[in-house]
Design a protein around this ligand. Sequence first.
Ligand code: AQP
Length: 332
Amino acid sequence: MARVLSGIQPTGDIHLGNYLGAVRHWAADQHAADSYFCVVDLHALTVPREPGELRSKTMETALVLVAAGLDPDVCTLFVQSHVPEHTQLAWLLECLAGMGELRRMTQFKEKAKGGDDTTARVGLFTYPVLQAADILLYDADRVPVGDEQRQHLELCRDLAVRFNQRFGETFVVPEATVPKVGARIMDLQDPTSKMSKSSESPRGVVLVLDEPDVIERKVRRAVTDPDARPQVRFDPEHKPGVSNLLQILAASTGGDPEELADGFGDYASLKTAVTDAVVELLRPVRERYLELATDPEGAEGTLVRGATKARQIAAATLARAQDAMGLYRPGS
Ligand code: AQP
C-alpha cells in the first residue's frame, strides 16, 4: 500500500482553498493508502504568533480535519511538535541544503517581503527543509498538496536524491499530487492572490466553518471583472474573478470550469450557483465540527494516539539517516 503524508498549518481558520486544494482529497484517499496527516504547528512559528492562539488553533485545526472526514481509525492524525524526530531530521537535512536553493523559494520571498533577509527570521528561511523532514520521515510515496506547494516538494525531492547519492539509499523520493481543479483557489476580493489564512481581507476568504449566510454574502460581493461586456467565460488571465468562481463551482461539484461557463448568462446566476454548491459542500463539515468541539478530551486522545503511532515510523527513519551520515549511536 502506498504511503501518503500531508500537513496543514494552524495559522488561522481553515478556508475553502485549503479544503478544495488539499483536505478534501486527504479524506477521499485515506482508505486507498497508508495515510499520515499532521497539524504542522512548528511551521506556524515562522511568523510572530500569540501563544494562546497558536495552542487553540492547533486543536481547532485537528477538529476541522476530523469534521472534514479524516477518520482517526483509518489514517494517522497527529501534531508535528509531538514527534521530535521532525526537528532532528531537519537539522541533518539543513547540513545538506544550500543557501541558494532556499533563497529561491517563492513563499520565502513573499512572506519575507521580497526576500529581505535582514529582518526575516531564520525559521522562515529554513522551514522548507523542515517540511522535507516531515515528508521523508514517513517514507511517503505521495504528498497531496495545493499548487503553491509544488516548489517545496521539488526541494524535498532534491534533498532526498542528494542524501541517497551521498550516503546510500535511505529515503523514498516522494511525488506531489496536485488536484486538476481547485489546486489554487483565489481570494474573492483580490482574485490575483491566492485565498489564504493570513489574508488581510477576511471578506475574500470563505472559511470552512462559515455560516451559510456569511458564505452567501462573501460570494455575492466577490469581485468579478471590470469587463464592459459581462460574459461568463473561463479565462484566468483576463477574467480572474469570474474564472475563480467557475473553478470553485467546478471543484465543489466535480465539473469542468470551461464547460460550466456555458450554463450561465450573467454573473448573478453564477454567484447563486457557487453559493448553493459551497454551502452544501461545507454544511456537513460545520455540523460535524460543532459536535466534535463538545468533546475536547476525545480529540486530545486521538492526537496522542496518532503521535505514538507516527513516532514508531519516524524514529526508525531518523535512525537510518543518522547511521547513514555516520553519527555514532550506541548499539548501532
Ligand atoms: N488557496 C488555496 N487553494 C488551494 N489549495 C490551497 N492550500 C492553501 N491555500 C490554498 C493548500 O492547503 C494545504 C494546507 O496549507 P498550509 O496550511 O500548509 O498553508 P499555506 O499553503 O501557506 O496556506 P494558507 O492558507 O495560505 O496559510 P498561510 O496564510 O498561513 O500561509 C496545502 O496543501 C496548500 O497547498
